[in-house]
Design a protein around this ligand. Structure first.
Ligand code: FAD
Ligand code: UDP
Length: 363
């Protein structure tokens, strides 16, 4: 009998596995997919590490988490600096002096600020929705060209029906700095995320293509404790009703050229084309291969059975989630963790930190 059965080989499960093994515990890891690493899974195509479930850039301000991941991979110096393409015009993201200069011809921070301020006044009271929040942050020109179309494609709803907080996490800078993130540490693991997770799982028994929920009885006999990182509602057979998600669809293509778009991430910020962005994977690792691999990313409505990506942070789903969490607390010998097990949008560094915290409690 194993000490732990870890359901799901994503980052949360991998941290728990690594730390349990270090403490001399025995661990069985299962995953219903045919591969390890969950959503950070990368697959080699044409010598390029392709991010199969969407672009993953590691960024953190947590020194401990940064040092922790260094044990499993060397990280390169990649800095995410996406480009926005609006009807063929290109702009730097996040919103910074380069963006303002291209849009308005402004040169100094004072000129850019004056331009933004001349447009912010349109919103007289506290912003009530994403549209008002965006205009009061950066003005109508940027809202129209770089925010409205992208956001409406991404969320499938009009900007005046979306909560204001979504847009607050995007930096607005009066410096010529194209770094999308404010975090102190950033990079991509050289060789891909799958190799990193593989190293974390080293020493565990791993069984792929095994769905815990379909083999619950027999698997319960295999281990004393369960770490469950699958969907919270599915564990309870959706007894309180399903939690909702936003889904994604990816179209990946190999092209016989060296360089397709000159950048890893290009956002398409108008309503057309229908995809939100194109990822050119080789640029995450400064690849020089003769071919290139690109992925068009479409945002999609989610229905039960689809791959769940983003939890929906509205009141209805949050209160349902709370009720499921009450059930989870009563479940003896089972820990629920990770983005599906907690129904929480977690960046990679946050999911690692949360898993390490759990290790402190239980190991
Ligand atoms: P997962 O990686 O989802 O792992 C859960 C695992 O459990 C899966 O492998 C699944 O197959 C398995 N499983 C589920 N149910 C069962 C079952 N019944 N039986 C057996 N196995 C089961 N974070 C960043 O920091 N930077 C980024 O740039 C970034 N980009 C992202 C882009 C996209 C499109 C998305 C969706 C997320 C992004 N994230 C990013 C977040 C990142 O993906 C997560 O933080 C991380 O993958 C969460 O790990 P996890 O272990 O909780 O979940
Ligand atoms: N956003 C935008 N234009 C862009 C990029 C982002 O309007 O080119 C908005 C959009 O509303 C998005 C939010 O900013 O939902 C947060 O962006 P982020 O890149 O953090 O979202 P992600 O794609 O990682 O979910």
């Amino acid at each position: 009998m194993y000490d732990y059965l870890v359901v799901g080989s994503g980052l949360y499960g991998a941290v728990l596995t690594h730390e349990a093994l270090k403490k001399g515990k025995s661990v069985l890891v299962i995953d219903k997919r045919s591969h390890i690493a969950g959503n950070v899974y990368t697959e080699r195509m044409e010598g390029i590490n392709v991010h199969k479930y969407g672009a993953h850039i590691f960024h953190t301000s947590g020194k401990k988490v940064w040092e922790y991941v260094q044990q499993f991979a060397e990280f390169n110096h990649y800095i995410n600096s996406p480009i926005a393409n609006y009807k063929g015009e290109v702009y730097n993201l996040p919103f910074n002096m380069n963006t303002f200069s291209k849009l308005w011809g402004t040169i100094t921070p004072q000129e850019a600020l004056a331009k933004i301020q001349s447009q912010q006044g349109e919103i007289k009271k506290d912003p009530q929705n994403l549209e008002e929040q965006a205009i009061s942050l950066v003005g109508r020109d940027i809202y129209n060209k770089l925010i409205k179309g992208y956001t409406e494609k991404q969320w499938g709803r009009s900007c005046n029906e979306l909560p204001a907080f979504i847009i607050k996490r995007l930096p607005v800078r009066l410096t010529y700095d194209n770094n999308y993130f404010n975090d102190f540490y950033q990079g991509i693991p050289i060789g891909g995320y799958t190799a990193l997770v593989d190293k974390m799982l080293s020493g565990a028994k791993i069984c792929l293509n095994v769905d815990y929920l379909k083999n619950r009885e027999s698997l319960c006999l295999e281990a004393r404790n369960v770490i469950y990182t699958g969907p919270l509602d599915a564990y309870f057979n959706y007894s309180l009703g399903p939690l909702e998600y936003r889904s994604l669809r990816f179209e990946t293509e190999v092209l016989p050229i060296v360089n397709y778009q000159g950048n890893a991430v290009v956002n398409y910020t108008d309503r057309t084309p229908a995809f939100t962005r194109i990822i050119e994977h080789k640029h995450f690792e400064f690849g020089t291969q003769p071919q290139t691999v690109i992925t068009r990313e479409y945002s999609a409505e989610w229905k039960p059975g689809d791959e769940p990506y983003y939890p929906v942070n509205d009141e209805k789903n949050m209160s349902l989630c709370k009720r499921y969490k009450e059930l989870a607390q009563k479940e003896k010998g089972v820990i629920f963790g990770g983005r599906l097990g907690e129904y929480k949008y977690y960046d990679m560094d946050k999911v690692i930190a949360s898993a390490l915290n759990m290790c402190k409690k239980i190991l």
